[in-house]
Design a protein around this ligand. Structure first.
Ligand code: AQP
Length: 342
């Protein structure tokens, strides 16, 4: 047993599906991950198998997987404290996902809103079966490590709920196996909205370039996008998600970055113009993201070292995952394979 194994465990991941993580990924997830490292035994992974639920260019995917790992580290993940690995390096994820697929109802899987959202444009008929079964792979990602908490943004609440249901169902049918995980959703930053369409969440795949703040963008572009954010025809700086979604999003971003409660900010901006708020948000975002961007570029300059860190993380992850999978295979009644035979 390692010294860290006495602490409760958390696990989370972010898809390498874009050129960069965005501000929603950072404030909704990464900031919380970094905080969790002292109190929890933390595992963070790059879900490349989730990324291929929609078409990916193979060379780009490999590059983005490294880039995502570098952004985790640059954003504060300490590989000496936490386990950092790539999902496809740990085959137990796919193996457990199959078992979970077999205890999930088709109707239950059909109720997952992310699948509905992601197929709203193109239609479900042309979506991959992998996109449909994504939540069961995510449940496998989580349950393999028997974590107590899963630090995610608000949009992942339903998927964590499914993981809980599947864990309870499996335990009930086959005997105590999985820990029932909690979603750890931050009080602030849980949902960052698109700058041009502030009623939709900021998203790598769904947001147009003007709506996104990427960790890897040039700071000048970041500042320009914030200054061009959609607000409303009024002039009062107030927090109201229904009638002032654009201003509310900017206030929430500033509050999360500065630690000042939104009502304190609203009082400070009394009588000021939207332009003042935008300049302050742009300064706060740029000064937080710029060092992360610079460190990411440094890390990417040595891909062999990144690959070495990821291989080390995968070995640590497999040591846990293999034990859970063996337990699951035994409980569902799979015949254990003999070792090598003559
Ligand atoms: N807008 C957001 N606000 C707060 N948190 C967010 N997260 C994502 N968008 C926001 C959180 O980031 C983590 C990783 O998400 P992901 O990349 O694995 O998948 P996602 O949630 O589907 O993110 P995107 O940007 O929408 O990616 P695409 O477009 O590729 O699907 C999760 O914890 C999520 O809650």
């Amino acid at each position: 047993m390692t010294e860290t194994s006495t602490r409760p465990r958390v696990l989370s991941g972010m898809q390498p599906s874009g050129e960069s993580l965005h501000l929603g990924n950072y404030l909704g997830a990464l900031v919380n991950w970094v905080k969790s490292q002292d109190d929890y035994e933390a595992l963070f992974f790059i879900p490349d198998m989730h990324a291929i639920t929609v078409p990916q260019d193979p060379a780009e995917l490999r590059e983005r997987t490294r880039k995502t790992a570098a952004q985790y580290i640059a954003g504060g993940i300490d590989v000496h404290k936490s386990t950092l690995f790539v999902q496809s390096h740990v085959p137990e994820h796919a193996q457990l996902a199959w078992v979970l697929n077999c205890i999930t109802g088709f109707g239950e899987a059909s109720r997952m809103t992310q699948f509905k959202d992601k197929t709203a444009k193109g239609g479900a008929e042309s979506a991959s079966v992998g996109l449909f079964t994504y939540p069961m792979l995510m449940a496998a990602d989580i349950l393999l490590y028997r974590p107590h908490g899963v630090p995610v943004g608000d949009d992942q609440r339903q998927h964590v709920e499914l993981s809980r249901d599947l864990a309870k169902r499996f335990n009930h049918r086959f005997g105590e196996t999985f820990v029932i995980p909690e979603a750890f959703i931050p009080a602030e930053g849980a949902r960052i909205y698109d700058l041009q369409n502030p009623t939709s969440k900021m998203s790598k795949s769904a947001s147009g370039p003007g709506g996104l703040i990427n960790l890897m963008d040039d700071p000048k572009i970041t500042a320009k996008r914030i200054k061009s954010a959609v607000t409303d025809a009024e002039t009062v700086i107030a927090h109201d998600r229904e009638s002032k979604p654009g201003v509310t999003n900017l206030l929430e971003i500033l509050s999360t970055l500065t630690g000042k409660p939104v009502d304190v900010l609203v009082a400070e901006y009394d009588g000021k113009m939207y332009g003042h708020l935008k300049v302050d948000v742009a300064d706060a975002v740029v000064s937080r993201l710029e060092p992360i961007r610079a460190r990411t570029l440094e890390l990417l300059a040595d891909p062999a070292e990144l690959d070495r860190l990821l291989a080390h993380g995968a070995a640590k992850a497999r040591a846990i995952a293999a034990g859970t999978l063996a337990d699951v295979y035994d409980k569902v009644g799979f015949l254990p394979p003999l070792g090598p035979v003559d």
